[in-house]
Design a protein around this ligand. Structure first.
Ligand code: GLN
Length: 190
């Protein structure tokens, strides 16, 4: 089993390390053939407009959209959450995503004054020390979306089937529960 980390832009290396610490084999993937060969895909934090433009430039937008719609397990953090959202609020003009999760992600939702912050949130009812960097939140979650995490009433972690997304960056802190969950989701899909 190999988990690919989409290496167009963002904190790829941190996700590779977090996945390996969670018992998976992980590697950066960029070409469609590499993505297709992976058993699961992580979309890192970074900048969703850049991810969108690079994915479009490398002709990955449609193929990856189809892989995800076809059941490929995927996990996105921050900009990766935006890339897995069916709709984006406050996106750039024409901004597109891979989609897959029936939700609306609001970009830069926590406001400009607080570009980044760390605090305890609740994930699966348990405290989780979370790092937020110009983070989105989930403004609307469809009926098939399970809310896994909340911060002051804002949805910041969700799961829909084989898709997992967090508004924060679990790859930047040592707590591996989110990556372990994703690794078990990928194993369970095989
Ligand atoms: N604000 C970024 C975006 O819109 C996300 C930031 C992040 O991934 N840390 O994509």
């Amino acid at each position: 089993m190999v988990i690919g980390v989409l290496a167009l832009q963002g904190d790829v290396r941190e996700h590779v390390r977090a996945l390996e610490e969670s018992g998976a084999t992980a590697k950066p993937v960029r070409r469609l053939s590499e993505i297709e060969a992976a058993d699961g895909l992580v979309i890192p934090g970074g900048e969703s407009t850049t991810l969108w433009k690079l994915a479009a430039a490398f002709e990955l937008l449609d193929p990856v959209r189809k892989l995800i719609a076809g059941g490929m397990p995927a996990f996105g953090s921050c900009a990766g959450l935006i890339m897995l959202a069916d709709q984006v609020a406050d996106g750039a003009e024409g901004q597109q995503t891979f989609g897959g999760i029936d939700m609306t992600a609001r970009r830069n939702a926590f406001g400009r004054q607080v570009d980044s912050f760390e605090r305890e949130v609740l994930v699966g009812g348990a405290p989780f020390h979370a790092v937020f960097i110009r983070a989105p939140w989930v403004e609307r979650a469809g009926p098939d979306v399970s809310v896994l995490g909340e911060d002051n009433g804002r949805i910041i972690a969700v799961r829909q089937g084989a898709l997992l997304a967090t508004a924060f960056h679990p790859e930047l802190t040592p707590d591996r529960r989110i990556h372990e969950l994703f690794v078990s989701m990928v194993k369970g899909s095989q």
